[in-house]
Write a protein that binds this ligand. Structure first.
Ligand code: DGP
Length: 113
């Protein structure tokens, strides 16, 4: 297993409100939401980032994005939403366990900061 805070959430050591669980991934609310809906979708396997995950398990990312879309529908984000993954220092990644942010419930700006 990995050694990040997300591994502790996966093991149950740190509590989280799971909104989705399957054999491959889980989803839970972000602890510091930037919008009314801010959900993290993470694989159970502790790939560090998008590049590592796509190199080792090319089908995984499609599954994670499909879960994002399913959660967006369940959250009734009919006006739109954003899915983001941050990678590395310049990408603004703070937890080295691949995750997609599903953000919605307000208008978004572009370009992102
Ligand atoms: P990033 O900066 O892209 O690596 O995003 C990491 C996100 O993880 C950030 O939005 C805050 C969230 N986060 C960090 N620690 C915890 C935690 O203990 N619980 C939950 N639910 N979210 C966390």
């Amino acid at each position: 297993m990995g050694d990040t805070i997300f591994s502790k959430i996966l093991s149950g050591e740190i509590p989280a409100d799971f909104l989705h669980q399957d054999d491959v991934c889980v989803a839970f609310n972000d602890i510091s939401p930037v919008a009314p809906t801010h959900i993290l979708v993470i694989p159970r396997h502790p790939y560090r980032n998008l590049s590592e995950a796509t190199a080792k398990d090319p089908a995984l990312v499609g599954h994670l994005l499909a879960v994002c879309a399913k959660l967006a529908k369940r959250q009734k984000l009919t006006a739109g939403f954003r899915v983001v993954t941050n990678q590395g220092d310049e990408g603004g990644q703070s937890v080295d366990h691949l995750h997609f942010h599903l953000i919605g419930g307000r208008s978004m700006q572009w370009p992102p900061g």
